[in-house]
Design a binder for this molecule. Structure first.
Ligand code: UD1
Length: 417
């Protein structure tokens, strides 16, 4: 069965280790395509998005081997420039291969990428930026071809600091002739990881971590060994679990420096947080407070990927919380499911949710519709009395290596049914 069962209602006690980051490793796998050599990526999470990306790389001729959490990518030979099918349409990150393929072979034909149903997810910013670098794009029903003779470095200003567009431009720019100056670049930690990976492989990138990136293209790249940093959203998931269910947990390897906005919210809710070199300790007692107003923002603000996870935790916090979603317009899809469990949430348009804390949730059967919303329902299941069944666990498996194992480590009764 494609479901996760939770017998909830108990506080969480225990410790678990945080897996490697999904949003970091996917662009690294695309970057490996630029390198006519062998790259070894360590601490790679075993999640379905990574499996799809492996299939895509194999489909164009790369040799990819996965042994435990170590991924070896040999991109010395590229034989294909067409990418189609479910591995593309089922995963938004397949778009990363656009910049990488243009950088490596100058042409790609691909289906339009898919991903979570969290709102319109166009690729106009990606295509417009690449056009400025000399790329011609021929759009057809359902797919497109992009082609370039020589990628040219140029000045690009993103109208929205899109994470994916920033990554795609970086991938193309390291192979371009001349210098690319990217203004209003996204500053998410995963962009820094991509730049560090490319820099170690021989690329020249300045301004890493800032809003202006200066990339000198054309340097030859060599194979490297690189370790994927831990996943801040997975760590945030367990943080919000203990904020919802109460208890005392320890998250080994949690990337605390990238989690400041989440930790601030947890403290405002009443958490006692202790940060050490080894990870993050969180104590949450019975009296959790509401968050009067919070909006999702680009990094270092509160991440949109954490929004539904926080919402689940707030359903039983004392008082009224308001969350405004500013990044994606369709990211309140779990509201109806949480209401089925007894939550009191009112939507004001598709951008604002008002959550009135209730005494408790009750377990029932709910449907996951996307990755983080699905994980949020597991949080609600841990908080609820009785049994909760979260259907469609395949959405959750896109980003969580073994969510049942992690929750069992934290003392929760969560298992595959
Ligand atoms: C990435 C993350 C995702 C996260 C999001 C925002 C990965 C694999 N995914 O997604 O988990 O929720 O950043 O932090 O890293 N936009 C356009 N046109 C475009 C591209 C984007 O209008 O061509 C809009 C989007 O609709 C959205 C906003 O820009 O409203 C931000 O999206 P973007 O930062 O691009 O998100 P992704 O890279 O898709």
């Amino acid at each position: 069965m494609d479901a996760i069962h939770i017998r909830g209602g108990n506080a969480l006690f225990g410790e678990t280790r945080i897996q490697g980051s999904k949003n970091a490793v996917l662009p690294l796998m695309a970057a490996a395509l630029l390198i006519k050599d062998i790259c070894i990526i360590e601490n790679c999470p075993c999640i379905s998005d990574v499996h799809h990306m492996q299939q895509l790389l194999r489909g164009i001729g790369c040799k990819v081997k996965c042994s435990g959490h170590t991924l070896t990518i040999d991109a010395r030979n590229i034989e294909e420039d067409i990418m189609a099918g479910e591995n593309v349409t089922g995963m938004r990150s397949s778009i990363m291969l656009l910049g990488a393929m243009l950088g490596r072979v100058g042409e790609v034909t691909m289906d339009y990428p898919g991903g979570c149903v969290i709102g319109e997810r166009p690729i106009d910013l990606h295509l417009n930026a690449l056009r400025r670098m000399g790329v011609s794009v021929y759009e057809k029903e359902g797919y497109f071809t992009a082609r370039v003779k020589t990628l040219e470095g140029t000045v690009i200003r993103l109208p929205i600091s899109s994470v994916g567009a920033t990554e795609n431009i970086i991938l193309a720019a390291v192979m371009a002739k001349g210098v690319t100056v990217l203004q209003n670049a996204a500053k998410e930690p995963e962009i820094i990881t991509l730049c560090e990976f490319l820099r170690e492989a021989g690329a020249v990138i300045e301004g890493i971590g800032g809003a202006v990136l200066i990339i000198q293209g054309g340097h030859s790249l060599h194979g490297i060994r690189f370790r994927v940093p831990p996943d801040r959203i997975v760590a945030g998931t367990y943080l919000m679990s203990v904020m919802g269910a109460g208890g005392h947990i320890f998250l080994e390897d949690a990337p605390v420096a990238q989690m400041r906005s989440m930790l601030k919210v947890a403290e405002d809710m009443g958490a006692e947080i202790d940060v050490s070199r080894e990870g993050l300790s969180i104590i949450a007692d019975e009296n959790r407070r509401a968050i009067p107003y919070l909006k999702t923002e680009v990094y270092p603000g509160f991440p949109t990927d954490m929004q539904s996870l926080l919402m689940a935790a707030l359903t039983t916090a004392a008082g009224v919380s308001v969350i405004e979603e500013t990044i994606f317009e369709n990211r309140f899809r779990i509201v109806d499911q949480l209401k089925k469990m007894g939550a009191c949430i009112e939507l004001q348009g598709n951008r604002q949710a008002v959550i009135v804390g209730v005494d408790g949730l009750l377990g029932c059967e709910v449907d996951a519709e996307e990755l983080r919303g699905g994980a949020a329902l597991v949080i609600a299941g841990c908080m609820a009395l009785g049994e909760t069944v979260v259907n469609n666990r395949h959405f959750i498996e896109r980003g969580y290596e073994d969510i049942c194992r992690d929750y069992q480590n934290l003392g929760a009764n969560v298992y595959i049914g």
